[in-house]
Design a protein around this ligand. Structure first.
Ligand SMILES: [Zn+2]
Length: 143
């Protein structure tokens, strides 16, 4: 038997700290997906399996927790379809091959985020700027 040269990484403190929050938010995304008739929030295709949960602002726009995983800022997206070779919405946005879809998902998420916090959406800002603005406001209020 081969011995590992390095110990296996332990789960980081931050990761454990946010796990319950992330699980709760992922469940909210799943409920929204069910309420929307099991449709991908990217292409509106009817799915027959659980969606992949995409963090609309986590890769190109670094957002800390609890915001990055909040249900409003996540989208339920379709998987790759191995039968038809169709590349799923999640892979398309994760690999940045569909900037229009990425932008639309971020804008929809930002508007959902504003609605959840009962704040009027600033149409003059792009989704990144809008989300940054509201996060700053919420963090100021919480401090
Ligand atoms: Zn899709």
């Amino acid at each position: 038997m081969t011995r590992l040269r390095m110990p296996l990484p332990k789960e980081g403190k931050d990761k454990l700290r946010w796990k319950a929050h992330q699980d709760k938010e992922r469940e909210k995304v799943r409920q929204r997906f069910v309420q929307n008739g099991w449709r991908c929030e990217g292409c509106n295709q009817r799915l027959y399996q659980a969606p992949e949960v995409h963090h609309c602002f986590s890769r190109t726009f670094i957002l800390g927790e609890p915001w990055a995983s909040s249900a409003e800022l996540c989208a339920a997206l379709c998987h790759n379809n191995q039968l038809t070779d169709k590349v799923g919405c999640h892979e398309r946005v994760t690999n940045h091959v569909d900037p229009k879809l990425e932008y639309r998902l971020r804008e929809t998420a930002a508007r959902r985020f504003y609605a959840a916090h009962k704040t009027r959406y600033p149409s003059s800002l792009n989704p990144d700027g809008a989300v940054r603005r509201l996060v700053k406001k919420l963090e100021r209020e919480a401090a």
